[in-house]
Write a protein that binds this ligand. Sequence first.
Ligand SMILES: *Cc1c(COP(=O)(O)O)cnc(C)c1O
Length: 354
Amino acid sequence: MQAWEEHVRKVVPYTPGEQPVCKDIIKLNTNENPYPPSPKALEVLQNIDGQLLRKYPDPEARQLVEELAGYYGRKTSEVFVGVGSDDVLAMSFLTFFNGQKPILFPDITYSFYDVWADLFRIPYECQPLDDKFKIRTKDYKKRCGGIVIPNPNAPTGVEKELSELEEIIAANRDVIVIIDEAYIDFGGTSAVKLLPEYDNLLVVQTFSKSRSLAGMRIGYAFGNEKLIKYLNDAKYSFNSYTMNTITAAMGAAAVRDDAYFKATIDKIISTREWTKQELARLGFTFPDSKSNFIFASHARRPAAEIFEALKVQGIYVRYFDKPRINNYLRITIGTDREMKALIEFLEKYLGENV
Ligand SMILES: *Cc1c(COP(=O)(O)O)cnc(C)c1O
């Protein structure tokens, strides 16, 4: 080790799902939307005035903030935007989890939370899910430095009832409770409606899944004015121009195209329900999912083997080699055609491997 390495901030980074270069694969491994973004958003991209790019973007991304505020019935001063919800969540960890007590989040959850906690030297304590992969309310009713709960949870897809989340938020009024709603649009009930009641609540959402814009990187959060002010102070102390001109304009157009948004979600939900039936028929078990993925385990075949067999076939799903979940596959809901190809292959594979 070199002498200077002693003073390096060392971190073990988050490992994102694979993004293979080959185009022919069926990609069900990173919870992307199988449908293209709103044509209205793409129109903005095609018609962008190049002269605009000469100038710095609006640091407040007002166009996007106003659109989001209008759509979700909040004031613009209650909206924060960032480069994907990863950016919003990282800023929130940095801003709100600045105490000595550990923050709490589930043991099986989005694997970026512990990475940010380590990066920012935030103490944390993981709370084990029960054996049905449910978050236990009582685990979050103790003194702590803050709470992060994804709803629905990832990678399980399990939704926690809003009344139970409210119980947690109400029991922790002296710290910030972040509800990460990356998958809320696929049938869950949003905590946005609790905002007027609780000044310690931050609700985070993203354009990456339900709005088909993972590649543009747009995330946002709702909270009371004071909380959002603190977040913006941290953001402007780091990089004022996180949202670029094109992204903000495309995001605003995507929000305006509500009909397209709802139609896309309806399609994904109906494909998900079909996939649930088919997986169950093939002997898979899974907690009920309210997201755009299913977390499934097979009674006879180990998940690691199915994962490899699928990959050889050009079908990518996600496998986590971690305690408690190493016999599960996280399968993103694709198009009907893609899910049929998955089920056809599994049927053949499981039939041959009794
Ligand atoms: C996908 C995901 C995010 C991050 O999404 P962005 O692309 O950064 O907006 C955050 N939280 C959870 C639980 C996710 O699954």
